[in-house]
Design a protein around this ligand. Structure first.
Ligand code: FAD
Length: 430
């Protein structure tokens, strides 16, 4: 045990990022308290209802060159896969401008892809290892992931994105005809081309996985405190404890992994991070007549289709809106319609048979999470803003946080994840 081990560390938030981080800190011999006002893995959190994809291919940010030209259409088409809520537009404008700028050129997107590849390249193996430690191996399945296209031309139309994935070492295979039918027998034959992400994995129950990891950690000595963190007790740059709604918690270090709620906590420490809710939805059919051995992402619907413990799930849609805006359940109907169109066996399914969910992806404008030390105190480490890739990238994030806590050189370069990258002074020096 090195000198830096054996600290008391508070992890703020028990979503997938928080519990993965707690697992890494536990492994290093630290005393860990996880603080969350809600139950780990509950439907309040993004980690509950996501698409369950653990994909090394998820390295492309949402913002791409030319997206700005599509904004008027996005505002006008309430049934598109990507929309902006009109009435939230003024408040979201500063984030949106940064979002469009972050993906303005191929060069910018290439750099983001390189950085995200650092977090995702070995994500499936990291989840396999984490799940095995916690006795949850059955929840991570490594059968690959399939991106399905109606025509090969649709794939070729995004040659830049697929080249970036290939250049970043994602193992992919083209699949068509009989081979595609065998890999995805339930898929409508109108999908004639696919890309198989050979190393991809999925989680059979994202919420249950978080809950299982938390339960296992408690058995290992992690304390789970049901409370809301509201501030930090700092003295001359050193952390003395956390202020919580129900009282104070003394600790030597803290990790902010509170998803969407992380931004105000970081701002109180002098790091204003622009975080917006890219809201998403899922629909889940408990009695679906089909099971997908390999999860599928039909590219026209831009949704993750996966057989979970709860049934056949379609997760997706990007609705940029205030995080507390009421859910727009029309978006779930859109997912449901896509699901029926993609799998002929679902033709007779009715919407009343489906469970629905809405959650907030905690998204930075550049599509990269914030991983690094707080400006005001090196005792506070940030691990938030994982947007579309929080499930997949949680174990690597946790490893990087453990490195920072130990004072080691992180196993990956953290420059592109720095919290200070959004500050004016930083951007001027680039
Ligand atoms: C529709 C959809 C599909 C997605 N699909 C995928 C996918 O296929 N693969 C993938 O990798 N990612 C996917 N994602 C993204 C992924 O779900 C998120 O990035 C990830 O869940 C974020 O995890 P988190 O732990 O940061 O946040 P959360 O899961 O939101 O957890 C944050 C926790 O912090 C707690 N908290 C909040 N405030 C405080 C406070 N003040 N004090 C203490 N605790 C607090 C909350 O109660 C909550 O439990 C998807 C997201 C959506 C919405």
């Amino acid at each position: 045990m090195t000198q830096s081990q054996g600290k008391h560390i508070a992890v703020i938030g028990a979503g997938i990022v928080g519990v993965s981080t707690a697992a890494a800190l536990l492994q290093e011999g630290h005393r860990v308290t996880v603080i969350d006002p809600a139950s780990p893995g509950g439907p309040h959190a993004a980690s509950y209802g996501n698409g369950a994809f653990i994909s090394p291919a998820s390295i492309l940010p949402m913002s791409q060159p030319g997206l700005w030209r599509k904004v008027p259409r996005m505002l006008a088409d309430p049934r598109g896969a990507l929309t902006i809520r009109w009435r939230d537009l003024p408040a979201l404008m500063p984030w949106l401008v940064r979002f469009l700028w972050a993906g303005a050129t191929q060069d910018k997107v290439s750099r983001t892809a390189r950085a995200l590849s650092d977090l995702l390249a070995d994500a499936p193996q990291r989840h396999v290892d984490l799940a095995a430690r916690a006795g949850l191996s059955c929840m991570i399945v490594r059968n690959g992931l399939l991106y399905a296209f109606r025509e090969r031309a649709e794939y070729e139309a995004d040659a830049f994105g697929w080249r970036l994935r290939r250049d970043n070492g994602v193992a992919m295979a083209e699949i068509a005809g009989e081979a595609l039918r065998r890999a995805a027998p339930a898929l409508d034959p109108a999908y004639r081309f696919g890309i198989l992400i050979k190393d991809g994995a999925h989680c059979t129950d994202p919420g249950g996985y978080v809950d299982g990891l938390a339960t296992w950690q408690i058995a290992q000595g992690v304390v789970l405190r049901r409370d809301r963190v509201i501030g930090f007790d700092l003295s001359e740059g050193r952390l003395r404890g956390l202020r919580c709604a129900d009282g104070d918690v003394a600790c030597e270090m803290a990790v902010i992994a509170a998803g969407m709620a992380s931004a105000p906590l970081a701002a109180s420490l002098g790091d204003p991070v622009p975080l917006a809710a890219e809201r998403g939805y899922h629909v889940e059919l408990s009695n679906a007549p089909i099971t997908l051995d390999i999860p599928i992402m039909p590219q026209d619907g831009k949704m993750a289709n996966v057989s979970t413990r709860g049934g056949l799930r379609a997760a997706g849609q990007v609705e940029i809106a205030a995080p507390d805006a009421p859910p727009n359940w029309t978006r779930v109907e859109i997912l449901f319609e896509h699901l029926k169109q993609s799998y002929p066996a679902l033709a007779g399914a009715t919407f009343s048979q489906a469970a629905r969910w809405q959650g907030n992806r905690p998204s930075t404008p550049d599509g990269k999470p914030v991983i690094g030390r707080s400006t005001r105190s090196g005792d506070v480490v940030y691990a938030f803003g994982h947007g579309h890739i929080g499930l997949a990238s949680a174990p690597m994030t946790a490893a990087l946080v453990a490195d920072l806590v130990a004072g080691r050189q992180p196993v990956r370069d953290l420059t592109s994840f720095a919290p200070t990258r959004f500050s004016l002074r930083q951007r001027e020096t680039r």
